[in-house]
Write a protein that binds this ligand. Structure first.
Ligand code: C2E
Ligand code: CA
Ligand code: CA
Length: 550
């Protein structure tokens, strides 16, 4: 019998016994903690029977030669007593039965005089935690709506499938508009059901996003077209909702997997094949062919998808540090845009910026970049110091907007960032247009405090005379010059910049050797994979291989 049994209200006792968690109540006696009450679950898991009531940790554990364990628990409880507040610990400790205990919270119990007379410890049973983790695991890899596996599962667990079949519903928007979103969701659940029933152990069905599904075949397909036909027929069977019959059509993109590609490339190919199927009419399939030129299809796909990339939050910025040798510090980071199309695979900016420029989408995208960079500035400066600037790539189309200055000023104002923390990178071909309006625009920007860098310097057709007239601060020597490492050419470039009192950044430093040679040639700043790869904000590196002044 618990010696302080009468202290606990009968209903509370029943309640504690109904719990799956372990409950221990310890009484405080002369800075020792003696067992006062344990609930049924605790008794079963830890073997602390009513006989032990009134004993302290040392008396209990020394019986089992577990003096350390007694000391460990004693310390934890003493801490709660000293701090007069709850502590939480999750290391899991050994119970007298040898079982492992789970996450615990120990809380002080105060009497009317605010004295701590007892402590209560509630421990989540290990089984319970295990179940919770399994549940988390399930949610991490399953799509909530359809209960199919999700994209994360694909990336983490599928390494070399035989074939990928990607499909989506034709005219889904039209369906959603006529059926309402709720039925749209019900339709997706039904589709998932059909996939589960029809594609067994050789296949994995995945909901990629929205109405896009993927069937991964682990079995070689002699005739993937046949399989596509089966999927199409399966989805062509009418669906019934609210006493209405609905017919849908789908398009399928197919690609074989091979050892020389990864999942990301395979998805891109399946995606291209899907777009191709769509452009050739609905209810069609297409098998990706490596030798076909798909540029038109790819562009079409990008054009469609770019429209919604902002709203779908598919854009991210990476930052690449630029190291200043004079300052022995990171002087700036360049913001480099990444597009995770449909959150599926990464499209290189070299591929989508031109499409964004042609469609005019570069304007909202460019503004997003400026705003995001402004928001990230404080974190960059916390990492590398208050001197650090952010360099932002600005497209020619952005510059030619008549209200460019007003827009960028407005964004900086809203984000509370001073222009002198922003460096605008414009490519040489743009800068060298050298019209009067261009010239005065750059002047105005500099008056406001922005600095201007000429990107990819050396690749355009600049004449020396244009360069001398342009109101700029920095030239970034294109990485092709760094790769060739012709000292005479580099020396001339650096000397010219010096004569014009321009700052010089060398791009594309990939090896220590290139760094040492450019250092000897008097280059100011350095950027490239050898300094650091472009990195997400939260992973900006320490750069221990470079000298830093403190
Ligand atoms: P860029 O402005 O010349 O940017 C430098 C490019 O070189 C980046 O490619 C960067 O990842 C890559 N790079 C950096 N260090 C090295 C190196 O050591 N070796 C090699 N081989 N490459 C290196 P990324 O990120 O693919 O960007 C490509 C281009 O896309 C950029 O060239 C820039 O012109 C454009 N871009 C990127 N972000 C934006 C943006 O936000 N707006 C606009 N308008 N253009 C952007
Ligand atoms: Ca750049
Ligand atoms: Ca560049």
């Amino acid at each position: 019998m618990n010696n302080e049994d009468s202290l606990i209200h009968p209903l509370l006792k029943l309640a504690f016994d109904a719990m799956e968690d372990l409950v221990y109540i310890m009484a405080v006696q002369d800075r020792q903690f003696v067992y006062c009450y344990v609930n049924r679950e605790a008794e079963v898991s830890s073997g602390i029977t009513p006989d032990y009531m009134g004993k302290n940790f040392f008396e209990l554990y020394s019986e089992r030669n577990q003096y350390e364990m007694a000391q460990y628990l004693h310390n934890k409880y003493s801490k709660v007593l000293a701090q007069a507040q709850s502590i939480r610990f999750d290391e899991g400790h050994l119970l007298p039965t040898g079982a492992l205990s789970g996450d615990s919270i120990i809380s002080p119990i105060f009497d009317e005089n605010k004295i701590i007379t007892h402590l209560i410890c509630v421990t989540r049973s290990y089984n319970e935690r295990h179940r919770y983790e399994e549940k988390m695991q399930y949610y991490a890899y399953h799509d909530e709506l359809t209960q199919l596996l999700n994209r994360r599962f694909l990336y983490e667990f599928v390494s070399s499938p035989a074939y990928l079949f990607m499909f989506d519903i034709d005219n889904l928007k039209y369906l959603n508009d006529t059926l309402g979103l709720e039925s749209g969701d019900a339709l997706l659940v039904e589709i998932a059901g059909r996939l589960k029933r029809n594609f067994g152990s050789d296949y994995i069905s995945i909901r990629m996003s929205g109405d896009e599904f993927l069937i991964v075949s682990n079995r070689e397909q002699e005739h993937p077209e046949k399989m596509a036909q089966i999927i199409i027929s399966l989805m062509n069977e009418p669906f019934t909702f609210q006493n209405r019959q609905i017919k849908i059509s789908i398009s399928v993109g197919i690609t074989a997997f091979s050892e020389d590609i990864n999942i990301s490339v395979a998805l891109r190919r399946a995606d291209i094949a899907l777009y191709h199927a769509k452009t050739s009419g609905r209810n069609k399939y297409h098998v990706f062919c490596e030798t076909t030129q798909y540029e038109q299809v790819v562009r079409f796909g990008y054009e469609l998808a770019l429209n919604s990339c902002l709203e779908k939050e598919e854009l991210h910025l990476l930052y690449q540090p630029i190291y200043g040798n004079k300052q022995k510090q990171v002087v700036a980071v360049e913001a480099l845009l990444r597009w995770h199309k449909d959150n599926k695979y990464m499209v290189s900016p070299a591929d989508f910026i031109p499409v964004a420029e042609e469609t005019g989408l570069i304007i909202p995208i460019g503004e997003w970049v400026i705003r995001q960079a402004c928001r990230d500035l404080s974190i960059v400066q916390a990492k590398y110091g208050m001197q650090t600037k952010i360099a932002i790539n600005i497209s020619r189309i952005q510059l030619s907007e008549s209200d460019f200055i007003e827009r960028i000023n407005q964004i900086l104002k809203e984000e509370n960032v001073q222009p002198h923390y922003i460096d605008l990178e414009i490519t040489e071909s743009v800068a060298m247009i050298d019209t009067v309006s261009e010239h005065s625009l750059l002047l105005k920007l500099r008056e406001q405090g922005y600095t201007i860098s000429i990107d990819d310097f050396g690749t355009g057709y600049s004449s020396l005379s244009t360069l001398t007239r342009l109101p700029i601060d920095t030239i970034k020597i294109d990485r092709s010059f760094v790769a060739q490492m012709n000292p005479a050419v580099l020396k001339a470039l650096i000397a010219m910049a010096e004569a014009l009192q321009l700052h010089v950044i060398a791009e594309g430093i990939e090896e220590a050797d290139q760094w040492h040679q450019l250092l000897a040639l008097g280059c100011d700043d350095f950027q490239g994979y050898w300094i650091s790869y472009p990195m997400p904000l939260e992973k900006l590196p320490d750069l221990p291989h470079l000298p830093f002044s403190v």
